[in-house]
Design a protein around this ligand. Structure first.
Ligand SMILES: C[S@@+](CC[C@H](N)C(=O)[O-])C[C@H]1O[C@@H](n2cnc3c(N)ncnc32)[C@H](O)[C@@H]1O
Ligand SMILES: O=C(O)C(=O)C[C@]1(C(=O)O)C=C[C@@H](O)C=C1
Length: 246
């Protein structure tokens, strides 16, 4: 890999005031390590994206990766599909993420048609697409903004198109939710995060990453017009859904 990646130590020292989490230069520099150690099943979800595209995307179809960060979704597709099989557009609001994603995709898959736009998925002028990936991004939008974005993605999808939506989730039942969150913290401990890192990150994400329940996600997808959606992956309080446009 051309992009140096550092171990995530952002919340490892006591901070007087824990600022709200943001995708700044410091997060970008350690992002591959952070997401791998913080999202249960992240690698498994990425590994399936190419297989889903092979089944659902017509040859040469267009794919969006919204909130693409360093372009991991694009790399996953390029690993499974030939250059003529798809065109990829990653979109991210963070200039530091966009710069690194462009460099990584150019270095790692020079033969593929990969574009990365700096933009806001809430106001993007979407082009018709066969597949849209929204991996751990919707959770960062204000809850009242989520319906409108999903409705616009439904409109952008071509007939037969699919939306892959991966999210941190909340369980419907409070007791179930507490168990999942406790085991999620065990997962983080097992991946080398300290108590201080876990609690400071939790504070930084408060009101920034607001998870929905799976029920809320499926209901929203139906409201936007998707006739069918299912949860195809769940590991603790992280899940991935797929929604089909008729
Ligand atoms: C957890 S990361 C996504 C991880 C990435 N999809 C992956 O698979 O590696 C969330 C990303 O969403 C981006 N983001 C948040 N709000 C956004 C918005 N309104 N428009 C575009 N990108 C946004 C952030 O800058 C960040 O890079
Ligand atoms: O660390 C956490 O508590 C998380 O929720 C993980 C999570 C995410 O789900 O997006 C939060 C922020 C970073 O983008 C990477 C991973």
């Amino acid at each position: 890999m051309s992009d140096a990646s550092y171990r995530d130590a952002i919340f490892s020292t006591p901070l007087d005031r824990v600022a709200s989490f943001s995708f700044d230069e410091r997060v970008v520099a350690c992002f591959p390590d952070m997401i791998r150690r913080s999202v249960p099943g992240y690698g498994q979800i990425l590994a399936m994206l190419g297989l889903i595209a092979r089944r659902h995307l017509r040859h040469g179809g267009h794919v969006y990766d919204l909130g693409c960060s360093l372009g991991a979704g694009g790399l996953a597709l390029a690993g499974r599909l030939s250059p003529d099989a798809f065109r990829y557009t990653g979109v991210d609001l963070s200039p530091a993420m966009v710069a690194r994603a462009r460099q990584t995709l150019a270095d790692e898959c020079p033969e593929h048609a990969m574009t990365v736009l700096e933009g806001d998925i809430r106001i993007l002028d979407y082009r018709p697409s066969g597949m849209i990936m929204l991996n751990f991004t919707l959770q960062f939008l204000a809850p009242e903004e989520r319906d409108a974005v999903i409705a616009r993605l439904y409109d952008a999808l071509e007939p037969g198109g699919v939306l892959v939506l991966s999210e941190k989730i909340k369980a419907d039942d409070e007791q179930d939710n507490a168990w999942l969150v406790e085991r999620y913290h065990d997962f983080k401990r097992a991946n080398g995060y300290s108590e201080l890192e876990i609690s400071q990150k939790r504070n930084a994400l408060e009101n920034v990453l607001v998870p929905d329940t799976l029920t809320a996600h499926h209901t929203r997808l139906a409201r936007a017009g998707f006739p069918r959606s299912l949860t195809w992956f769940q590991h603790l309080n992280f899940a991935s859904l797929i929604a089909f446009k008729a």
